[in-house]
Design a protein around this ligand. Structure first.
Ligand SMILES: [Zn+2]
Length: 118
C-alpha cells in the first residue's frame, strides 16, 4: 500500500477516536474504569496525529486537514467502482490497476482520498 495512504488511514482512525472521546461516546474513561483520564487520552491522540501528519507531503496534509475539519471522513473506500464519499462512479481505469492502493488517488468529484478494500 502507498505509504501516505497508510498514514492517512491511521490518522483518520485516530481522529475518529478523538471525536468519539470529545463527544462523550466513550464514557468508561470518565467513570474511572481506566487508568487514563480523558484529557490525557485526548492529548496522546493529538500528539500521535501530529506525528503521523509530519510524514505527509504538505499538500496532502492540507487536503486531509480541510476534509477532516469539516467533519467529514478524509479517506473513503471505493466499492463496486463507486466513491463512498460522494457516491459517484470513479474512472474505471483506476480500479483496473494491479494494486490501486499503490497510488494516492483523490476523488475528482468530492476530493476525498480513496482506498480500495481488499
Ligand atoms: Zn467522491
Amino acid at each position: 500500500m502507498h505509504e501516505e495512504l497508510e498514514t492517512l488511514l491511521e490518522m483518520q482512525d485516530l481522529h475518529m477516536q478523538l471525536r468519539a472521546l470529545e463527544e462523550g461516546e466513550v464514557r468508561d474513561l470518565e467513570s474511572g474504569l481506566f487508568d487514563m483520564g480523558i484529557e490525557e487520552a485526548l492529548e496522546t491522540l493529538d500528539q500521535k496525529i501530529l506525528e503521523l501528519q509530519g510524514r505527509l507531503e504538505p499538500r496532502v496534509q492540507d487536503r486531509y486537514r480541510r476534509l477532516i475539519s469539516a467533519g467529514n471522513r478524509a479517506v473513503v473506500p471505493v466499492l463496486g467502482g463507486v466513491c463512498y464519499g460522494c457516491f459517484v462512479a470513479v474512472p474505471t481505469s483506476w480500479a483496473a490497476e494491479a494494486d490501486p492502493n499503490d497510488k494516492l488517488n483523490v476523488c475528482q468529484n468530492c476530493g476525498r482520498f480513496h482506498y480500495y478494500p481488499t
